[in-house]
Design a protein around this ligand. Structure first.
Ligand code: AMP
Length: 213
């Protein structure tokens, strides 16, 4: 099973992909996570990506295409995967097609901008293991402390209010055209994402359950 999760930043792609990983046993390949690790470790990719990420802009397509190509080549991705946060431009989607990656389904999680702003401003992430939380919707058991590893929970730099606005603008300009791109290829399923995590998850489960085995 090869899936793409599409949707604005904060639409719930990360949260829903965790559920798909658990239930279907395929890995989630998140360019955002790979890039954050690269920045933290000061690798050449990290050095290239940092300024774009801090500004809420997209990292150049050639960098992303190399990153995702390498990640898809790892053994755990051989049987299938969920792409979380990639492709984010038509050029990236075309690059996947050129690589011969055959996508079964694209789940577009739809949430209004107002809702996105509320969600992103409460988002917290563990600085140690990268687990995500939300002050309102998914609080940790002990405030500011990761349930999974005990690390400290922080606000991602790109979740600061001004950056959130920039990321939304970037999404509408550069990523939203992918909705039509995949609709034309008959791959798109729209998922209402403004209700609860569970409701969105149930709908995704229903859609994936109906896929031919
Ligand atoms: P995310 O965690 O998916 O929201 O990604 C965080 C940041 O990493 C984004 O705001 C971009 O700056 C960068 N990024 C992640 N994935 C991509 C991508 N596919 N194309 C371009 N930039 C990306």
């Amino acid at each position: 099973m090869k899936l793409i999760l599409l949707g604005a930043p904060g639409a719930g792609k990360g949260t829903q992909s965790e559920f798909i990983v658990d239930k279907y046993g395929i890995p989630a390949l998140s360019t955002g996570e790979i890039l954050r690790a690269a920045v933290k470790n000061g690798t050449p990719v990290g050095l290239k990506a940092k300024s774009y990420m801090d500004a809420g802009a997209l990292v150049p397509d050639d960098v992303i295409i190399d990153v995702i190509k390498e990640r898809m080549g790892e053994p755990d991705a051989a049987k299938g995967f969920i792409l979380d946060g990639v492709p984010r431009t038509v050029a990236q989607a075309e690059a996947l097609e050129k690589m011969g990656v055959e996508i079964d389904l694209v789940l577009d999680i739809e949430v209004s901008d107002e809702n996105i702003i509320e969600r992103l401003s409460g988002r917290r992430v563990c600085e140690k293991c990268g687990a995500t939380y939300h002050t309102l919707f998914k609080p940790s058991q002990v405030p500011e402390v990761c349930d999974r590893c005990g690390g400290r929970l922080i606000i991602r730099k790109d979740d600061e209010p001004e950056t959130i606005k920039a990321r939304l603008a970037t999404y509408h300009e550069q990523t939203e055209p992918l909705v039509d791109f995949y609709r034309q290829r008959d791959k798109l399923v729209e998922i209402e994402g403004s209700y609860s995590v569970e409701k969105t998850r149930d709908r995704i489960d229903e859609v994936l359950g109906a896929l031919p085995k």
